[in-house]
Design a protein around this ligand. Structure first.
Ligand SMILES: [Zn+2]
Length: 391
């Protein structure tokens, strides 16, 4: 006779609890009978889990439903503000810190400017002070915070808690294990584009999508690959470093040691540098660039055309390699409407392999917040997700 060993029983118990939570976070409220029916688990199992979750303050009783005979069934309600999470997003010049609830609503957000990341201990200490201030201001007890997630622009080994390298930040081999004693909560880390892809899957445009490539366009380019709901990271956690695929043989020198990398031609920094070269204008922001483009300024128009050509070449390569259902473009540049249609025109030029009907290209609905929200989702995964969504 087959019997379940205790490990299997633990997994089933844990997965029942997570399935109930997932269902209630979507439906907001339901009776035990409805939950049991929808998830096909027994009423006693539902009751045990619901009681524990009420005890923990994640659910509450919210009146009674109409009876179909017998006692009126009790309605239980999901409480999105019963737990919180911190998300931290590192970029070249800024660190963003956000407090979110279980619905991934941003409760509080702050940004600080940074000279560099060479003294990571100091950066983490500053973040620790900020998180304390936020909790004090919002009157949230520390024990209600599930953890702090970091979105990092580099190669991240989340199992070893190691930022292996981040060429653009000029740092490598940073162990986040050591920051556990500075920060008061469990620490989680993920690559920036992977975190953004996770956010798109959980709360953004891709809620119903299962295969997608998220392209994060910032000072560099990162990509997150999702296959059948799983984040694909590969053997050495380096899958999806498309920002460093060669698009110009013997091209510009990259920080990574190679030449002609995609991000040197298709990141927002590359766009603004090209514009600076053409016009001699320093310190132009993306907003100012797009204003010039709207005025149909000749230089802006020329730089934009060339930029889109390079962006399209990289996307065409990604389509040929992965054949994804969707490509989601994120980062500040995705906020501008000017990007999508002309980009599609260039990607879907007449070719043997694919057409507009095969792959959908879209811009992120989370816009500049995707990686920040993804970071804050990392601690929530332990509460909600049944399996680690990484392969
Ligand atoms: Zn490179």
């Amino acid at each position: 006779m087959l019997s379940l060993n205790s490990v299997d029983q633990e997994i089933i118990k844990d997965s029942n609890r997570k399935r109930i939570l997932q269902l209630l976070s979507k439906k907001r409220e339901a009776t035990k009978q409805e939950i049991a029916k929808e998830l096909e688990i027994s009423i006693p199992t539902v009751t045990t889990n619901i009681n524990a979750l009420i005890e923990e303050g994640i659910l509450e009783e919210a009146g009674v439903a109409e009876s179909t005979g017998g006692r009126k069934p009790v309605i239980v309600r999901f409480l999105p503000n019963s737990r919180y999470s911190f998300g931290v997003d590192f970029s070249l010049y800024f660190v963003r810190v956000a407090l979110t609830n279980l619905d991934s609503d941003i409760i509080y957000e702050t940004t600080f400017k940074i000279e560099g990341f060479s003294n990571m201990n100091e950066v983490i200490r500053k973040i620790e002070r900020i998180t304390k201030d936020i909790l004090r201001e919002k009157k949230i007890p520390t024990e209600k915070v599930l953890g702090i997630g970091f979105s990092l622009p580099g190669t991240v080994n989340e199992e070893k808690m190691l930022l292996e390298m981040a060429p653009n930040l000029k740092i490598k081999n940073i162990s986040f294990k050591e920051f556990d004693h500075i920060l008061e909560f469990p620490v989680y880390i993920e690559n920036e584009a992977n975190a953004a892809a996770l956010a798109e899957l959980s709360v953004g445009i891709a809620k119903q999508l299962r295969n997608l490539v998220y392209i994060s366009i910032t000072k560099g380019i990162g990509t997150g690959i999702v296959i059948q709901d799983y984040l694909y990271k590969g053997k050495n956690k380096r899958a999806g470093e498309f920002g460093h695929m060669t698009v110009v043989a013997d091209g510009k020198q990259c920080n990574c040691g190679k030449k002609g990398c995609w991000e040197l031609y298709a990141s927002d920094r590359a766009l603004l540098e090209q514009y600076k070269e053409k016009t001699g204008k320093n310190n132009i922001t993306l907003k100012e660039f797009f204003e010039a483009l709207k005025r149909n300024q000749t230089e802006a128009r020329a730089v934009w055309e060339e930029y889109l050509n390079y962006l399209a070449v990289g996307i065409q390569n990604i389509i040929l390699i992965l054949d994804p259902h969707y490509i989601v473009i994120g980062g500040e540049i995705s906020r501008y409407d000017e990007i999508l249609e002309p980009l599609k025109e260039k990607v879907f030029i007449e070719n043997t392999f694919y057409s507009k009907q095969d792959i959908k290209i879209m811009t992120s609905t989370l816009k500049g917040n995707a990686s920040l929200l993804g970071a804050s989702l990392l601690p929530l995964q332990k509460l909600f997700f049944i399996r680690e969504k990484i392969i």
